[in-house]
Write a protein that binds this ligand. Structure first.
Ligand code: ZN
Length: 219
C-alpha cells in the first residue's frame, strides 16, 4: 500500500493505523529544494516506525498504551462533536458535527471546539481552529509545543496550516476526508517536508464511529 514514497498517500482502508509519524527530520535527500536529490533514495520520514502495527502496540511496547489513550481522547472528541462546546446538548443542527479537543503535554484537557461555521457565520469556525484559539488563550501563548490535537475528521488545509503554525506536537484524527483532507488524503500539509515543523500524525482512530456520526448527519 505504501510502496511509493513520493505519494500520493493512500488512504488506509482498515483504520486505526498511524500514518507515518515523521517529526524531527531536519531535511532529506528527496526534498526537491535540495540539489542533492537522489532518485530512489528512501525517504527518511518513512523509515523506522512505519508499517502496520509498528506504532500501535505490536512492535513498540509503548504503542498499545498510546493507541488506548488516543481512543479515549477520540471518544471525548466525538462527545464534543455532538454536544457542542457549552455542553448543553443542543449544538446547532445546521453545523456538520466535528469535534476537537486539545490536550497538553501531560494529558490535561486544555480546550475543546466544535464546528460552528453555520452557528457563527464564520468561515474559519472549524473545530480545530476554535480549540487552538481557546487553548492559546488559556495558556497565554500561541506556541502549543508538545500538545496533542484530537479531531473526529481529517483536518482541512486551513486547520492543518493552523496546527503547523501553532507548533502542535501530535495530531490524531478519526475519519478520513478524501475530498478535502490535508493530512494525507488530498494534501499532506502536516507532513510537508518543506515546512520546518511537522507534527506526528495518527489517522483513522475510531474511524468507524467518527464516520458514522457524519453519515448520520448527512442522511
Ligand atoms: Zn478545517
Amino acid at each position: 500500500m505504501r510502496s511509493d514514497p513520493s505519494g500520493p498517500w493512500p488512504v488506509p482502508a482498515g483504520g486505526g493505523e498511524p500514518i507515518l509519524p515523521h517529526g524531527g527530520e531536519p531535511s532529506d535527500a528527496t526534498d526537491p529544494a535540495l540539489e542533492t536529490v537522489r532518485p530512489g533514495q528512501p525517504t527518511p520520514g518513512r523509515t523506522g516506525r512505519v508499517g502496520p502495527g509498528a506504532d500501535e502496540g505490536l512492535a513498540d511496547p509503548d504503542g498499545a498504551g498510546r493507541r488506548q489513550r488516543h481512543e479515549v481522547w477520540m471518544r471525548r472528541a466525538l462527545e464534543v462533536a455532538v454536544t457542542g462546546p457549552d455542553s448543553t446538548g443542543d449544538g446547532d443542527a445546521d453545523d456538520i458535527p466535528v469535534g476537537a479537543v486539545l490536550y497538553g503535554p501531560d494529558g490535561t484537557e486544555l480546550a475543546i471546539g466544535r464546528n460552528e461555521r453555520e452557528l457563527t457565520g464564520d468561515p474559519t469556525g472549524h473545530a480545530e481552529v476554535l480549540a487552538l484559539r481557546r487553548a492559546a488563550q488559556r495558556l497565554g501563548r500561541w506556541r502549543l509545543d508538545g500538545c496533542t490535537l484530537v479531531v473526529t475528521l481529517e483536518p482541512c488545509t486551513m486547520c492543518a496550516g493552523a496546527l503547523v503554525l501553532a507548533r502542535v506536537g501530535t495530531v490524531v484524527f478519526g475519519a478520513w476526508e478524501p475530498k478535502t483532507g490535508a493530512a494525507g488524503s488530498l494534501w499532506d500539509v502536516l507532513r510537508d517536508r518543506r515546512l520546518n515543523h511537522r507534527p506526528e500524525v495518527y489517522g483513522g482512530v475510531l474511524e468507524t464511529e467518527s464516520a458514522a456520526l457524519l453519515r448520520a448527519f448527512f442522511r
